[in-house]
Design a protein around this ligand. Structure first.
Ligand SMILES: NC(=O)c1ccc[n+]([C@@H]2O[C@H](COP(=O)([O-])OP(=O)(O)OC[C@H]3O[C@@H](n4cnc5c(N)ncnc54)[C@H](O)[C@@H]3O)[C@@H](O)[C@H]2O)c1
Length: 253
């Protein structure tokens, strides 16, 4: 196990860091990739990087996933023991549909869709070139199928990555490369926590929408990544695991 490495984009964010911590505990070596400079990362990420035991480590690389050359460079650097790549980087900003600008639209597509494409194709090429099985896991969202207000561009990218994953899964299966999506609900972390803290209308909607009546934790999302990277998850490809506390179920009030 100590010679198996996972790479996680958006790795200095809340969900990416939780995934890194969980997969490190599972025995993988972990490389976190993120836009942020190493000096800007959270204490949780610093603590994770300080861990190193039984021959497995946690590394950090500053990478913009929209920069294909940089993605290729860093994935190649880690290719020796690579078993899974988690395309988790993402952005969101609320904007009423009528106010969306071309710049805003392109920012969401570049980070959330083109960035995932670069990560997915770069990883797939490495697995196929080395004739080794591998897995790519994309962080989608429950809003990839539910039209939450004021995030049309974000939702469109999250719908698109599900089809991208299925298309790639079909073509890559013959190479034993699997592609799956985790679709979380509303997580009390990262992007959603920022919205909860800064957008009163968002918080009011969230209070009504989760049948299980509690926000998801980043660790609950990381548990699904752990399952997918385990032996128990090895028959899944082209799948989306929706874990949203029932948020996408029809609400009566
Ligand atoms: N928080 C939620 O409720 C929620 C729900 C469903 C899905 N998601 C998805 O989970 C993923 C992680 O989000 P989070 O909530 O942890 O947010 P976060 O802001 O804590 O983490 C996202 C990370 O992605 C990085 N990033 C953004 N653009 C990048 C780029 N071009 N290159 C490299 N890194 C980049 C950011 O620097 C940040 O560290 C995202 O894909 C998001 O869409 C989040």
């Amino acid at each position: 196990m100590s010679s198996q490495r996972v790479i996680i984009t958006g790795g200095s964010g809340d969900i990416g860091c939780a995934m890194g911590a969980r997969l490190f505990r599972d025995g993988f070596s972990v490389t976190l990739l993120d836009l942020k400079a190493p000096s800007e990362v959270s204490d949780d990420v610093k603590a994770l990087m300080a861990l190193s035991q039984d021959g497995h480590d946690c590394l950090y690389r500053q990478v913009d996933v929209t920069n294909r050359a940089r993605v290729d460079e860093v994935l190649s650097e880690c290719e020796k023991d690579l078993v899974a790549v988690l395309a988790n980087a993402g952005i969101v900003k609320s904007e009423p549909f009528l106010d969306i600008s071309e710049t805003y639209w392109n920012q969401h597509l570049n980070a959330n869709l083109t960035g995932v494409f670069h990560t997915l194709q770069s990883a797939a090429r490495i697995f196929v070139k080395n004739k080794r099985p591998g897995q790519i896991i994309i962080t989608g969202s429950w809003v990839g199928t539910v039209p939450w207000p004021e995030i049309a561009a974000y939702s469109a990218t999250k719908a698109a990555v599900e089809m991208l994953a299925k298309s790639a899964a079909r073509e890559l299966a013959e190479h034993k490369v699997r592609v799956n999506v985790i679709a979380p609900g509303i997580v009390n972390a990262g992007l959603a926590r920022h919205q909860l803290n800064t957008e009163p209308q968002y918080a009011a909607r969230v209070a009504k929408v989760i049948p299980l009546k509690e926000l998801q934790t980043a660790e609950q999302v990381a548990d699904i990544a752990s399952f997918l990277c385990s032996k128990s998850g090895d028959y899944l490809t082209g799948s989306t695991i929706l874990a949203d506390g029932g948020a996408s179920l029809f609400q009566f009030d």
